[in-house]
Design a protein around this ligand. Sequence first.
Ligand code: UD1
Length: 342
Amino acid sequence: MKQGKILVTGGTGYIGSHTVVELMQAGYDVEILDNLYNSKQEVLDKIAQLTGKKPKFYNVDLRDAEALAKVFQDTQYIAVIHFAGLKAVAESVEQPLRYYENNLGGTINLLECMQEFGVKRIIFSSSATVYGEQDAEAYVETMTTGQDITNPYGWTKSMIEQILKDVAHADPEFEVTILRYFNPVGAHSSGLLGEDPNDRPNNLMPIIMKVATGEIPELSIYGDDYPTPDGSCVRDFIHVVDLAKGHLAALQHMQNGVKIYNLGSGEGHSVFEMVAAFDEASGTKLPCQVVGRRAGDLAGFYADPSLAAKELGWTTELSIQDVMCDTINFLKHEGLEIKGRN
Ligand code: UD1
């Protein structure tokens, strides 16, 4: 067992839970804080099944400063990995204040507690959305951010990045790593963990999963007239286990000041390619129909992941085929049947 405990906020969520498993399997002692708004407490038992230990769990909302202080009073953490936050893009456009209050308010409380209790190491879950629209396909960490962001969710990520930079500037002992995720997809190879949102999904893979199991009648493909090889949008889909391992690598390379890394595969796959890969892995045909473009979608972008490779020694290992096989395995473990059209 490694020395010291790590607090993972949002640790029962999709990316958080996969990261907790990787951390525990690498010998870290992890505690989870989550308000279970978009995740389920059963995830803790699944983590226990995979790692042999059920992590200590705090059902706490980051906006509850008093409850949060109690968590920090109990334990001297060596680091915090901060996933907790609201993340539905369309909802953030409809309810901006709720997003700012939750994501910014929660993060500020967390940072205040960290300061009060002398915890000076944080990894933050950011998003490629902070790049906004750029005249480039491969996004590099040195590009300007915080311009042309199309929704309040994206703004909260960008603003939290700024808050972290300011906190680190004010206290030179602070160690901040910002990880900008591209499009996380897939599930744990055991079939025990995967994306299982409580709310209505709006990202591609959760919708594909619901179409496959018959909960949604068909997939709407948002546009086939983009300037891409097959006309559908291109994204950098990254397997969630690769992404989780990126956090482990980041934790092992923390240093004073702020470091920022893209976590992506560096490869683009189109929406049509994703559907074809799902069909091949499932042996069925996913019902889908091309419809008009979705407002705010960019034609194509992917990560330049070379900085993470160079400085963290991290690169992705899993393919789109792995993503689809693991997703199907997860659905089967959940007792769901793949229907599709034969
Ligand atoms: C979206 C958010 C981004 C956020 C990320 C989190 C927007 C504009 N961007 O990225 O800020 O960080 O999710 O994972 O919402 N698609 C379909 N049919 C569907 C759903 C999606 O064709 O039913 C297409 C989309 O047009 C897009 C691709 O699939 O081209 C990926 O969509 P999605 O999974 O929502 O991710 P992003 O839009 O890339």
